[in-house]
Design a protein around this ligand. Structure first.
Ligand SMILES: [Zn+2]
Length: 134
């Protein structure tokens, strides 16, 4: 079961993946196929996340395909027909998106989380020698 709660962060991961593809794709056809795979992966993760399990130990994504009734274990490789034919598949795209998302989740302090950059409700103004200091 996989459920993306931080949709903003997931959206950013997808945007990054697409821009990376833009820079690295070797030819237009491959690029087009990966764009399609990423788009399908996005939809599948959102709608069928219940059939997916992230395996942290080997950074793979288990996907139960209702269409073929097979379970695919995707990281860089896959067991589906598209992969056999050397084509991009949404399983691999999904595995990559989830891996990047998991890595992004572990990123240390982001600017918006630095406490002194945002007003705190509990903080009371202090006075030192009659001067308000915060
Ligand atoms: Zn596949």
């Amino acid at each position: 079961m996989l459920q993306i709660e931080n949709k903003d962060k997931f959206g950013k991961v997808i945007a990054d993946a697409l821009s990376k593809l833009e820079q690295t794709a070797t030819d237009a056809q491959t690029k087009k196929r990966w764009v399609r795979a990423i788009a399908k992966a996005t939809v599948e993760i959102e709608e069928n996340g219940v059939f997916m399990t992230w395996m942290e130990n080997d950074k793979s994504l288990l996907i139960w395909s209702q269409k073929s009734n097979n379970i695919y274990s995707a990281n860089g490789v896959c067991q589906c027909r598209a992969f056999e034919q050397g084509s991009p598949c949404f399983h691999r795209a999904a595995a990559r998106l989830i891996r990047l998302f998991m890595e992004a989740e572990n990123v240390p302090v982001q600017a918006e989380e630095i406490p002194y950059l945002k007003p705190s409700a509990e903080r009371k103004a202090e006075r030192v020698a009659g001067i308000r200091i915060n």
